[in-house]
Write a protein that binds this ligand. Structure first.
Ligand code: HEC
Length: 120
């Protein structure tokens, strides 16, 4: 009888924790994001690049010859390449290569910036 109670408890605990983890994944996917003119290089994109990219993409020998420290150089990266690398898509290098992928919101902000014509 005791064994049955323990087994039931373990089963319920398992179901509950499974449900909880599923919920938290759903919440992440539903993060709200508004793409508007406020998303500019200066307001948003520079901060992301500085935090996650310029450790390698700066200096006299930036990785792959791509300097992401100024508006001029960062906005000259081909749109499709930028989308591809931050999306960790198959036919390009996954950027940043360390420290994990950019968050969904950060990626949407960069994509929004591209779609709105890469405003300064
Ligand atoms: C740890 C160093 C490092 C960081 C951080 C980093 N990169 Fe790179 N990046 C590289 C290297 C090295 C290459 C050359 C390709 C390779 O060897 O993987 C590269 C290549 C690229 C390319 C061209 C490659 C292609 O497939 O088109 C782009 C675009 C790029 N990085 C963008 C970014 C962006 C955007 C970030 C930040 C979100 C970033 N990188 C962060 C090291 C880095």
């Amino acid at each position: 009888m005791n064994k049955l109670i323990i087994a039931t408890t373990v089963l319920i605990a398992g179901l509950v924790s499974c449900n909880l983890s599923k919920k938290s994944v759903d919440t992440t996917a539903e993060v709200e994001f508004t793409c508007d003119d406020k998303i500019t290089y200066t307001s948003t994109v520079k901060g992301i690049f500085d935090a996650r990219c310029t450790g390698c993409h700066s200096g006299s020998k930036p990785a792959y010859g791509i300097d992401l420290t100024t508006y001029e150089s960062a906005s000259s990266v081909v749109d499709k390449r930028l989308t591809c690398v931050i999306g960790w898509e198959d036919n390009c290098n996954k950027m940043p290569p360390s420290g994990g992928q950019l968050s969904a919101v950060e990626r949407q902000q960069i994509q929004c910036w591209i779609d709105n014509g890469k405003k300064l």
